[in-house]
Write a protein that binds this ligand. Structure first.
Ligand code: ZN
Length: 143
């Protein structure tokens, strides 16, 4: 895979990682529209959850749920969306997306067609990476 976006780059600012997976904070337009949007990315090429061993699968979901806990505590969203699509990269990964009733696509999935003009991100969106990183570590320590 010469052209693999998740091998070539982290995919965002790394908030937490170990030898198997990393949690990144999504940047750019997606971050503006969906504050706190993170991805948990498996580092090796595995396309499906079923391509992971049972222990690896459990580890990945432990990190996903720790990220969910951290974002839930820090953002207090209306809903947290967890999604695994992975149609364009061979790295199984989970999107962890805080959703708010005033986000540009609520209540549709974030990948749906834009129907409303996005406004400025709400003030509550400002949580720095170090704070999220610490909250993920804390949530992992509690599992
Ligand atoms: Zn790759």
């Amino acid at each position: 895979m010469m052209d693999c976006e998740f091998c070539n780059a982290a995919g965002g600012e790394i908030l937490w990682q170990d030898e198997r997976c990393r949690v990144i904070r999504v940047g750019g337009r997606e971050a503006t529209d969906f504050p706190g949007f993170c991805r948990v990315i498996w580092k090796e090429h595995r396309r499906e959850m079923n391509d992971l061993s049972g222990a690896d699968r459990q580890h990945l979901m432990t990190v996903v749920f720790a990220t969910e806990s951290a974002l839930r505590a820090l953002y207090r969203p209306f809903k947290l969306n967890l999604a695994s699509l992975g149609n364009v990269t061979p790295h199984v990964h989970w999107h962890v997306i805080p959703r708010f009733e005033d986000d540009p696509l609520f209540p549709s999935p974030i990948w749906s067609k834009q129907e409303r003009k996005p406004g400025d991100p709400p003030i509550r969106a400002i949580v720095d990476n170090q704070t999220i990183s610490k909250a993920i570590q804390q949530a992992l320590a509690e599992t």
